[in-house]
Structures are given as structure tokens and as C-alpha cells.
Design a binder for this molecule. Sequence first.
Ligand SMILES: Cc1cc2nc3c(=O)[nH]c(=O)nc-3n(C[C@H](O)[C@H](O)[C@H](O)COP(=O)(O)OP(=O)(O)OC[C@H]3O[C@@H](n4cnc5c(N)ncnc54)[C@H](O)[C@@H]3O)c2cc1C
Length: 370
Amino acid sequence: MPAEIDVAIIGAGVIGLATAREIAQSKREIFVFEKNRTFGLETSGRNSEVIHAGLYYPQDSLKAKLCVEGKNLLYKLCDKHHIAYKKCGKIIVAADENEMSWLEELYEQGRKNGVDDLVPLSRAEVKKLEPNVEARAGLLSPSSGIFDSHSLLKFLYDRAREKGAEFVFGTEVIGIERAGTNYKLQIKDRDGISDVVAHVVVNCAGLNSDRMAQLVGIDIARAGYKLHYCKGEYFSLDSKYRNLVSRLIYPASEQAGHGIHWRQTLDGRVLLGPSAHYVEAIDYAVDETHKQYFYNSVRRFLPFVELEDSAPESAGIRPKLQGPGDDFRDFVIAHEEKAGFPGLINLIGIESPGLTAALSIARYVGRMMS
Ligand SMILES: Cc1cc2nc3c(=O)[nH]c(=O)nc-3n(C[C@H](O)[C@H](O)[C@H](O)COP(=O)(O)OP(=O)(O)OC[C@H]3O[C@@H](n4cnc5c(N)ncnc54)[C@H](O)[C@@H]3O)c2cc1C
């Protein structure tokens, strides 16, 4: 690797990959540093693979705008490059009066965000679409879907490389400091520790992105960049549950995630989750004792599910800017020029709908750099 490079991207999750592909189109010299042995082993490989419609987020927030734009870009890209997906649609279900009024709010929120295909459903209409689902009312989002996210990651990786981006795996960024108008990155790989100077640094380090900002010298508490980890676990259901429900089924829920939902993957497996609980450390083990909680959550709208038919599956961790009980926080996608760090772009708190929005987030970063 040369001692001086143009653009350093930290992290090869979906955001680092999409950004590398986007910036590589302008023929800049790019190196992507990834601590793991390959791309997509953290949050980007541990999620629901749902293409979100964009109804949950406040109007004009980055989450709303980039989700709606990203969803459209993603469907087009999947079509063009034969990445498997299923626009199966999703029904958000309400079990009581409270939840019904929340559905109405969601409907309005979605319309404000430009999601204009939402359909409020009565109990009978839910039953007609999904005979095995119990609900007082529902909200149908026809443009929600599922897709093969690993194929997307591989596509972005291949395209970025074809355009000249270099990937340096097994290499952790452990220090960043201003060096005149550039940044000196300290990197650690199996040969030891070395330095590389970069003109531009794009911080796509996911769960570590707040720490990367801190390394440069940003006061992350003051900037509101400190991340809170919120774990989401999944349980799988026995194969006898295949094809009992054809859409994504989400509860009407205001908790930290979108509630424990039902999803049938492209290969036919039925998964429940993710749950949402704040944790201190990154640990992807699934706690089998949470089975009862999953069961209680989904029995309200999926009464046919039996406790003994579920088994621990996998887990992911959300990099959240909001702690327990905090108000909505938007993605941070910031060129830190005003904070005294020209050429540093931070992407922090890229939780859901980050996968859906990855292509539009990359465009947004590309515009910041042009
Ligand atoms: C349970 C769960 C379910 C989700 N479901 C959905 C969904 O259905 N739809 C949706 O749109 N979004 C979903 N999301 C959100 C989505 O998965 C994320 O927004 C997205 O994957 C974030 O990608 P990323 O590239 O920012 O982070 P990551 O994938 O975590 O990538 C960051 C990379 O940076 C690397 N890194 C970190 N520190 C360093 C360092 N110092 N040096 C070098 N490399 C470093 C890491 O190893 C990692 O590979 C979900 C998230 C979770 C947790």
C-alpha cells in the first residue's frame, strides 16, 4: 500500500461498500480498511433483509428521505442485476384500540414521507389477505419486501473493485490524527502497526463509528455521537410453518425496534424477530431463555405458533444514537468541516433502515465529496 492515499473508507459493511462503489465512479483512489477477514460480517450480515417502505420516520428526516429513495434504487438495482427479491408486502397489525390509533398515525406519517400506496385494512380485510393472522385492524404496505442482501454486498464489492477501489481486509484502524490538511491513520494488521496518510476519511465503521470520531478528536458526548448498542435476536420456526402467511407481519409497536415480526426468507425459512434490548458489549449469542418472550409477543397475532416449535437462530446489534426511552434520532451523515475536520465524513447511527437506504446514503456521501 502507498504511504499516501486519496480516500480511506473505514468499514466494509453495506455502507462502506456502497460508498466505495459510488465514489469509485469518479475515479478517485480508494482504500477500504476492514478489520474482519471479509466484508459484511457485522450488522450488514445480521439483519432482517427487509426492504422498508419508509413510514416510520419523521417527515424530512434523513431516515425518511433516504429510505424512500433507497428503496426505489434498490428494487431497480435488483431488477437490473438479477439480485433475488420478493416484493411480498407487509401488514402492520393492531391488537387493540391503542394500537389502532397508532396505525392511523403511521398511515399519515407514511403519506407525508411519500409512501402513497398504504392501505388501511379492517379485521375482515386482514383475514381475507392472511387467513391465519389475528388482528383488530391492519395497515398494508405493498412496497415492502425482502431480498438477498448477501448478493447485494457481493455486487457492491465486485463493482467497487472493478472501478479500482482496493480492499484491505484483516486491517483495523486504531488511530486517526490530523496531519496538516490530511489524516494519518494508524492501522493494525497481522504484520504489526503502520501508518498511512489519507486526504479524505469516510467513517463507515458501524458499531465503532463513534469511537472512530473520538479518535480524530471529536468530543462525541458533546456532538451527540455516542452510540448505544441495542441487540436484536431471531428465533426460527419449524418448517411446518412454511407458507402459512405470505406477507411480512409486524406488530404495531413503538419500542426500540419495529417489534418482533414474522418473515419467511427467500429460501422459505420462517423467522421471528428481532427483539430489542440494550446491551453494553457486542455479543451475538442468542439467549434461549428469551423464547417465552418471543412466543408471548407473536401469539397475539399469530395464535397458531407453538412454543416448542421455535429455536434460537441469530442476532444483530443496532448502532443507536438514542438510548433507552430517548426521542427519535436521525442518521448522522456529516462532513465535519465546521468542527475543524475538513475531509472527514462521519456516518454514525446507521441503524435500520440503513440496509434499504444504503444506495441513497452512498449517493448522499458522493454529493458531499464532489
Ligand atoms: C437486528 C437488525 C435488523 C435489521 N434489519 C434491517 C432491515 O430489515 N432493513 C434495513 O433496511 N435495515 C436493517 N437493519 C439495519 C442495517 O442492517 C444497518 O443499517 C446496516 O447494515 C449498517 O451497515 P454499516 O455498513 O453501517 O455497518 P456494518 O455492517 O456493521 O459495517 C461496519 C464495518 O466496519 C468495520 N469496522 C469497525 N471498526 C473498524 C475499524 N476500527 N477498522 C476497520 N474496520 C472496522 C466492521 O468490522 C464492519 O464490517 C437491521 C439492523 C439490525 C441490527
